[in-house]
Design a protein around this ligand. Structure first.
Ligand code: AHR
Length: 514
């Protein structure tokens, strides 16, 4: 395998200002396919070991990656979810059709109480998304009262009757989801007004101050961000950007003269196989991951105009790869495998989020179990950790660390006529005082020698780990669960000014420097 021109990284270990919010390593679990049911939640009567219906092996696995925050119940499902259907005796709960996702019957056996139990088991912060598209202001307001009010009221009496004496003290609340699309096909101007109205009745109870999240744009819909920031920034703490890494978009849109996009139809374009692809598709996904950087910069520039103090967070509350569903599975269930390509593209996105820690305060990969770029796949009692699980494990020291500014000089990765940056890098100073560096090499053909200058540190030791594999299409399955996983990295050594390392082709390396 050939090598590229040596790269140089300078890490300014004394110039850190911004904290990498641990919520950048957040996750998302929707009532979609086999994410909740037959995934996280198997029910109390299942032979699979569970705690109140929540699968214990999944909880044990996810605790390892320190999930800081979990978004629920959707997604598109959120805007047709009526929370009162999901409380009380499970056998009495109303059934509904999950019209967005496969038209299956939703029996509401996983509801508010079950979600908070899941978060408790995971030791994660709950993030609930409310219903604007088909719900009412009263319904949303009562849900918050039910979850957060301690005193005497009909909602709190109901909560107590359902077994929770103390309020859940929910902090993160989303006021609708993708209201430009599945959440009501609204214009930005209309949703901005609705947001103001709904958010007004999302009350704070006791000491608990809600962190209110407005539904944000789809990808590069800058008009949406402009309108929302202009009209409603004073009533929000965060705005959610949704961007999926995929080649080609199934949605056909038209931009109207007023700047709003309308969604005409889905086209027949394939999103490609998750496991059968060549370098063209590899490059396309890496390129789509790099586009995250442009999106974050451009949305941030708009936000700066209305919020120069950066009070409002840009929350990438849905992101990840999206391919065609695995053959033979329900297309509405979005079940896909997960290869080395998912790992390297996720590393690019996570490094982008870290490097924009001044504005990006949260990101939630879609979705935790059995859906899209999942951490865990299940089949009956069997469970396997995907390559993406390992990148969340690998990057976890960045959580709440101080972002360090870097300078990077690396040869581009070129494919045909196209080129992209040859390395993706971010660095932070952990609470323990170590310098932590994550480097992705998206080039499948060449390793890169890297000289890392860490100023003004005197480096004593460097330890590291790596995710790579023999083939870009490699994945983990039930028969071969550890094909793509985290391994010790022996390719780095300390130098008088930093570290010298060789970053292999199509790999992600993390190094801790003391
Ligand atoms: O994550 C799958 C879907 O993608 C979500 O329900 C929706 O918000 C987005 O379009």
């Amino acid at each position: 395998m050939s090598k590229l021109r040596p790269a140089k990284i300078t890490v300014n270990a004394d110039l850190g200002v911004h904290i990498i919010d641990k919520n950048i390593y957040g996750h998302f679990a929707e009532h979609l396919g086999r994410c909740i049911y037959d995934g996280i939640f198997v029910g109390k009567d299942s032979p699979i070991p569970n705690d109140e219906g929540v699968r214990i092996d999944i909880v044990d696995a996810l605790r390892k990656i320190k999930i800081p925050i979990l978004r629920w119940p959707g997604g598109c499902f959120a805007d047709e979810y009526h929370w009162k259907d999901g409380i009380g005796l499970a056998s009495d709960r109303k059934k509904m059709i999950n019209t967005h996702w496969g038209g299956v019957v939703e029996d509401n056996s996983f509801g508010t109480h079950e979600f908070f139990r899941l978060c408790e088991l995971l030791e994660t912060e709950p993030y609930v998304c409310g219903n604007v598209g088909s719900g009412t202001v009263q319904e949303m307001s009562e849900w918050i009262e039910y979850m957060n009010f301690e005193g005497e009221s009909s909602m709190t009496n109901l909560r107590r009757a359902n077994g929770a004496q103390k309020p859940f003290d929910l902090r993160y609340f989303g006021v609708g989801n993708e209201n430009w699309g599945c959440g009501g096909n609204m214009r930005a101007e209309y949703y901005a007004d609705l947001y103001r109205q709904f958010a007004t009745y999302c009350r704070n109870y006791g000491e608990n101050i809600l962190y209110k999240v407005a539904a944000g744009p789809r990808g590069d819909n800058y008009h949406w961000t402009e309108v929302m920031m202009r009209e409603a920034a004073h009533l929000m703490d965060g705005i959610g950007l949704h961007y999926y890494t995929r080649v080609g978009d199934k949605v056909v849109t038209r931009t109207q003269p007023d700047g709003n996009e309308i969604y005409l139809r889905d086209n027949d374009q394939s999103r490609g196989s998750a496991t059968e692809f060549g370098e063209n598709e590899w490059f396309g996904i890496m390129d789509a991951a790099w586009f995250t950087d442009e999106l974050v910069r451009k949305h941030s520039t708009i936000m700066d105009k209305y919020d120069s103090d950066k009070k409002v967070g840009l929350l990438v509350d849905e992101w990840g790869t999206w391919f065609d569903n695995e053959p033979g599975t329900n297309p509405g269930f979005l079940y896909q495998q997960n290869t080395l390509r998912d790992v390297v593209s996720a590393a690019i996105s996570l490094n982008v989020f870290n490097n924009h820690a001044d504005r990006v305060r949260m990101a939630n990969i879609a979705q935790t179990v059995n859906v899209l770029q999942a951490m865990v796949l299940t089949e009956g009692e069997k469970m396997v950790l995907t390559p993406t699980f390992h990148i969340f494990d690998q990057f976890s020291p960045h959580q709440d660390a101080t972002l360090l500014p870097i300078c990077l000089d690396a040869e581009d990765y070129t494919h045909g006529e196209k080129a992209m940056p040859g390395l993706s890098v971010s660095a932070s100073k952990t609470k323990e005082g170590d310098v932590f560096i994550t480097i992705a090499n998206p080039n499948p053909n060449s390793g890169v020698d890297v000289t890392i200058d860490i100023r003004p540190c005197a480096v004593k030791t460097v330890t590291g780990n790596i995710i790579t594999s023999g083939k870009m299409q490699d994945y983990n399955d039930f028969d071969s669960p550890a094909k793509v996983c985290l391994e010790n990295f022996a390719g780095a050594k300390p130098t008088p000014t930093g570290v010298q390392a060789m970053i292999p082709a199509m790999s992600v390396v993390a190094m801790k420097v003391k």
